[in-house]
Structures are given as structure tokens and as C-alpha cells.
Design a protein. Structure first.
Length: 367
């Protein structure tokens, strides 16, 4: 195993975890629509009981995603999580708020009342996907940070990277394209949440209301995602010059990546087809309720391919708009070869982790 292979392998693992996380945001999507899916108190309780069996898997995947980034690409972790801390802290706080709300919403004598905790769940269902989508969009649009490369070899240097302004990451929301992708992820979470509830809750009233809501969230998602994706293919990208190693702007870099890696283009196209199949068949057929599965697989395929395009093919996956040469690539931000090699052998246990998650999922479904 070469060092290059290990870098690409771990970028694939991180990308796969990110793709699974986006799929699992169906919990947030369903929670954000609890009052529109459940017309009565009983209906709302059914929706939250259904998502309440899965929220821990979503939260665990989020933590694992961050942990994998820390272990394999520590410079990204210190730059983004350390520099853009307000953005990540708001995301984390919204997920903690979700956990607290699930725990206390039905407790007798709780201080804030059931309705308040349900609004907290709605807040997490909106803020979590929106900000996560905005954070991922910076992989293509860049962030404002500076890496002090001289500090990389100075053991006594306390700071390696810093944010170029005082926003601590909130400036990502000032880029309209980050917001567009964030809104697309939020509506995607609602699509997945609606499909999940239709499959998981055996209630005709909820299913009929969900079918109507599904149309209302699919249309804005398609408009937002198509706009972002077309612009992504046409925009200048952040490329690594093969001769000098410097970061340069390359016209239509991400389109070139798709053309140079046709498997990822096929993966994206197949994912979109599966997502649309799951949505359209659910809308058209009154008896089909398993749309979450083809749609979920499709979402994982599309997000995985987009993240791979962001980091492979000589591309800077975390560009800096403040200093172009501070942009991070999988080569200049990864751990040592020894660390990546050791983690590679540990990662062979990952299939057992997935098997455990599948087992826990099935057990929760029986409750």
C-alpha cells in the first residue's frame, strides 16, 4: 500500500460517512414536519416515536464523521472545527437540543412543556441540515482561513491555522451558493423524512398528508439542487498544479473531474434516478410506501460521488479564499503514513460496525 493509496482510501471512507449522514438526516426532516404530518396529538406522537428510534444512529454517524476527519485529515479538523467553531458549535448544539428534547418532551412535570420541546425538534430539523449543507458547500466555494505553513514543522508553534476574520465560520452563510445548497439539503431531509414516515408509520391519515407534503418539498429541492449542480460544473475549481504543486484556478474543474472519473458520473446519474424513482412512485401509487429505500440509496450515491469529486483528481477539497495556497488537499492535510496504515487495518472492522447498525435498526423496528 502506497501513501497515495492510503490518502485516497481514507478520503473515500470519510466521504462514505458523510453520505450516510446526509441519508440519516431523514430524522431531522421528519421532525421538522411533525405538525404538518401529524394533525392530532396522537399523530404527532406516532411521528416522533418513529424518528425517536433512529436519532441516536444519526448523532453517532455525525460524531464518527468528525472523528474520522480528525484521525485521517487532522489539518482540516484543526482548521475548520477550530477556526469555524461558531458554525460547528451551532450545528452540534442543535443536535444536543434534539437529544434533550426526545428525553424530556413526554416527562411528567417537565419545566418547558411538551410543545416547547417539539419546537426544539423542529428547530434542529431546520438548522441542522441547513448548516451542514452550508458547511459542505464550502468544499466547493471555499472558506476564509490562513494556514501558517512554517508552523507545521515548528513544535513550539501554538497555532497552525487561523480564520481570516472574526466571524468564526459564520461568513459561510454570506455566500448565497452555500445557502442554496444548505436549503437543498434541508428540503432533501424533508423528502427523506416524509418517505420514512410513510414506510414506518401505519396510519392512513398520516400517509395521505405525507403524500401531499412530498410534492411540496420535492419541487424546491429539485430547483435548488439543479441550480447548484449546474453552477458547480461550470464554475472555476481549485486544482493542484502537477508541476509546481501550487493551487491554481482551473475553469470547469469539477466537470473535468467527472469526465476524468466517469464512474463517479455514472454513480451520480444512477443516484439521481433512484431518488426520483422513490419519490415519483410514492406520489403516483397509493399503495407503495417503500420509497425511502431507493431514494436513500440514491442520496448516498450522489453525495458520495460529489465528495469524491471534491477531493480526488488533484483537487483542493477545502479551498481558502483568503490565501489560495493555504487550501487543503488530501495530500497536504492528511496524517502520517504510519497513522493511515494503522487505521487502515482497524477500518477492516467497519463492516462489522455496519452489521451492528443494521441489527440495531431491525431491533428498533420491532419495538
Amino acid at each position: 500500500m502506497t501513501y497515495d493509496f492510503l490518502q485516497q482510501y481514507w478520503w473515500f471512507v470519510v466521504s462514505l460517512l458523510g453520505a450516510l449522514l446526509v441519508f440519516l438526516l431523514f430524522v431531522q426532516g421528519a421532525n421538522s414536519m411533525v405538525y404538518s404530518l401529524g394533525r392530532t396529538e396522537e399523530g404527532q406522537r406516532k411521528v416522533l416515536e418513529s424518528t425517536g428510534r433512529k436519532w441516536e444512529i444519526t448523532f453517532t454517524t455525525l460524531v464518527t464523521f468528525g472523528g474520522a476527519f480528525f484521525a485521517s485529515f487532522p489539518l482540516f479538523y484543526s482548521t475548520s472545527f477550530g477556526g469555524a467553531y461558531w458554525l460547528w458549535m451551532i450545528i452540534l448544539f442543535s443536535f444536543v437540543l434534539q437529544a434533550v428534547s426526545y428525553e424530556f418532551q413526554l416527562k411528567k412535570g417537565n419545566l418547558l412543556g411538551t410543545r416547547t420541546y417539539r419546537w426544539f425538534l423542529i428547530l434542529n430539523g431546520i438548522v441542522g441540515p441547513l448548516l451542514l449543507g452550508g458547511a459542505v458547500a464550502t468544499f466547493f466555494n471555499g472558506s476564509n482561513f490562513i494556514v501558517e505553513k512554517a508552523s507545521l514543522t515548528d513544535i513550539g508553534a501554538p497555532v497552525i491555522s487561523r480564520w481570516a476574520n472574526a466571524s468564526a465560520g459564520l461568513d459561510a452563510l454570506s455566500d448565497p451558493w452555500n445557502l442554496i445548497f444548505g436549503l437543498a439539503v434541508m428540503f432533501l431531509a424533508r423528502i427523506l423524512g416524509t418517505l420514512y414516515i410513510m414506510n414506518n408509520v401505519d396510519d392512513e391519515d398520516i400517509r395521505s398528508r405525507a403524500s401531499v407534503r412530498l410534492v411540496g418539498v420535492t419541487v424546491p429541492f429539485l430547483l435548488l439542487f439543479i441550480a447548484f449542480f449546474v453552477r458547480l460544473l461550470l464554475k472555476d475549481g481549485y486544482a493542484v498544479c502537477q508541476t509546481t504543486g501550487l493551487i491554481v484556478m482551473e475553469p470547469m474543474k469539477y466537470l473535468h473531474n467527472y469526465l476524468d472519473m466517469p464512474l463517479l458520473a455514472v454513480l451520480t446519474l444512477a443516484g439521481v434516478v433512484l431518488l426520483l424513482y422513490g419519490v415519483v412512485r410514492t406520489i403516483v401509487s397509493k399503495t407503495y410506501v417503500k420509497g425511502i429505500w431507493p431514494a436513500g440509496v440514491g442520496v448516498v450515491m450522489v453525495v458520495l460521488s460529489m465528495l469524491l469529486v471534491a477531493g480526488l483528481g488533484g483537487t483542493a477539497y477545502y479551498p481558502s479564499n483568503a490565501d489560495l495556497q493555504s487550501s487543503l488537499t488530501i495530500a497536504n492535510s492528511c496524517s502520517s503514513e504510519f497513522t493511515l496504515r494503522t487505521m487502515f487495518y482497524v477500518s477492516l472492522l467497519v463492516p462489522f460496525v455496519f452489521a451492528y447498525i443494521a441489527y440495531v435498526w431491525r431491533v428498533m423496528e420491532r419495538k
